[in-house]
Write a protein that binds this ligand. Structure first.
Ligand code: FMN
Length: 315
């Protein structure tokens, strides 16, 4: 059995987090991951308190296993979301898209285990000092908002910098990726792109098909000019965005307007032309739809075999 401090700390069977994914990671997906032995996470995204509470109450009816909430720090409802997490007795939180410092005291005071998603060694060190239970070190191969450092370079540097558990994210979708994460010193992995095509994932069928069809070079990063770069599949929307971003005549306000609502259009309405299909570079390796249980058992089972067989490399 694959075991790490993460499993003990959270009471989970497998060291796997399902990444929070705005408009996609709902109570059903998170419950399926938790029931399969990983840690399912509801994406709070821009939900107001009431909407988030509904999802949390729903997951409580779908699983009695540990689950968490991913707080999107740029949300206009972030304060409400933090309050709801505390009131509902959520035990685990990951934070994305920003600096969680001003919410740490409240969350830690309520006994919530906080795992900020970090893209640099500096932020990892900072959140460890604030009392984070672990960090998700996310490389720029990932889908969604991205930093600048690759998973391969980031994870071992974060591992050396902190003593709390590190969860590797970005570009991990099979047992080889998880085994590599362990070799870098991580104690688990967070996957987003792989779970996009899970049977229990309620993302629109057109989106799922696009991810299943994608090859290694089919993603693009846009939004650097806005200060929040995003990786998504190449389509009419992302190509046009990239063109306008580089032509120098389009204002940041115009670009912000163009991006607004684009992920929802793709995820909920299946608009794969003008919607944003956020997705990681590893999509080329994601070629089948599987249940969350199948995904987790395959990834962890293959990883275990690889780690056991690693001695074969040493003569
Ligand atoms: C469609 C999509 C939406 C995402 N939304 C969020 C989000 O709301 N909050 C967050 O912290 N991370 C978000 N992420 C990042 C994931 O949680 C996860 O860290 C990432 O997908 C891991 O890399 P991978 O895609 O290579 O597996 C998103 C990723 C995708 C693909």
């Amino acid at each position: 059995m694959l075991k790490s401090r993460l499993c003990e700390l959270l009471g989970i069977e497998y060291p796997i987090f399902q990444g929070g994914m705005a408009w996609i990671a709902d109570a059903e997906l998170a419950a399926a991951v938790s029931n399969a032995g990983g840690l399912g996470l509801i994406a709070a995204m821009n939900s107001n308190g009431e909407q988030l509470r509904e999802q949390i109450q729903k997951i409580k009816t779908l699983t009695d296993k540990p689950f968490g909430v991913n707080l999107m720090l740029m949300s206009p409802f972030i304060k409400e979301a933090v309050d709801v997490v505390v009131e509902e007795g959520v035990k685990v939180v990951t934070t994305g898209a920003g600096n969680p410092s001003i919410y740490m005291d409240k969350l830690l005071g309520a006994g919530v285990k906080v795992f900020p998603v970090v893209a640099s060694v500096g932020i990892a060190r900072m959140v460890e000092k604030m009392g984070a239970s672990g960090v998700v070190a996310e490389g720029c191969e990932s889908g969604g908002h991205v930093g600048e450092t690759t998973t391969m370079a980031l994870v071992p540097q974060v591992v050396d910098a902190v003593s709390i558990p590190v969860i590797a994210a970005g570009g991990i979708a099979d047992g080889r990726g998880l085994a590599a994460a362990f070799m870098f010193g991580a104690e688990g992995a967070q996957m987003g792109t792989r779970f996009l095509t899970a049977t229990e994932c309620n993302v629109h069928e057109n989106y799922k098909k696009a991810v299943l069809k994608a090859k290694d070079r089919d993603t693009i990063v846009t939004g650097k000019k806005l200060g929040h770069p995003v990786r998504s599949l190449k389509n009419d929307m992302s190509r046009e965005f990239a063109k306008l971003e580089s032509d120098g005549t389009t204002t940041t306000d115009e670009l912000e307007k163009m991006g607004a609502g684009a992920l929802r259009r793709a995820a909920k309405e299946g608009d794969v032309k003008t919607g944003s299909l956020m997705c990681g570079q590893i999509a080329g390796l994601v070629n089948s739809e599987n249940t969350c249980k199948e995904i987790i058992e395959e990834v962890c089972g293959d990883c275990e075999k690889l780690l056991k067989g690693a001695e074969g490399w040493v003569k």
